[in-house]
Design a protein around this ligand. Structure first.
Ligand code: ZN
Length: 167
């Protein structure tokens, strides 16, 4: 690995703050920060910035995964009565949630890096991060609700037609 040691230090620093790094990397990073005032300064600034962000999302996802799985299971139990397309849409919804949840640490790292590079205010970063993985999920839910409305509309139409048919 012939990565520039300062770049490596910054990369490891970002990773350690967001998702954790292996012990050898941690040791290497610690030593580099002791020897290199520039990186140490950078580290302190980043740490301060991320500390401010700590209160926000990253802890949420675990719970979200459990809840999503439960919801899918409940839906699957109801599958006998409800339509297949409805179930399919629920699975898509769940998948979109999970995708959002799984990508959250990566996205968060991206946001943290972006904020550090361009001095984006903390609030803007928070909003951006929250929007990133709530919007796709909201769209999926909207799709499910729309599908349901369409199905119910068709059922109502059929009923109407039946009652209108002369005997
Ligand atoms: Zn350095």
């Amino acid at each position: 690995m012939n990565e520039n040691p300062h770049l490596r230090a910054q990369r490891l620093l970002a990773e350690s703050l967001v998702e954790g790094i292996a012990a050898p990397d941690q040791a290497w990073l610690g030593q580099h920060l002791r020897e290199c005032p520039d990186c140490a300064h950078e580290a302190a600034a980043t740490q301060e910035q991320l500390q401010a962000l700590r209160g926000v999302p990253v802890a949420v996802p675990r719970d979200l995964v459990a809840r999503t799985q439960m919801r899918v299971r409940l839906r699957a139990q109801e599958a006998n009565e409800s339509s297949r397309s409805g179930l399919l849409l629920w699975i898509i919804t769940a998948a979109s949630w999970l995708l959002g949840v799984l990508s959250a640490p990566l996205v968060w790292r991206g946001f943290a890096w972006f904020g550090g590079q361009f001095g984006v205010p903390r609030l803007a970063l928070e909003m951006g991060f929250v929007l990133w993985w709530t919007v796709p999920a909201l769209l999926a839910v909207a799709a499910v609700l729309y599908q349901r409305a369409v199905t119910q509309g068709l059922v109502a139409e059929n009923l109407q037609r039946k009652t209108k048919t002369p005997r």
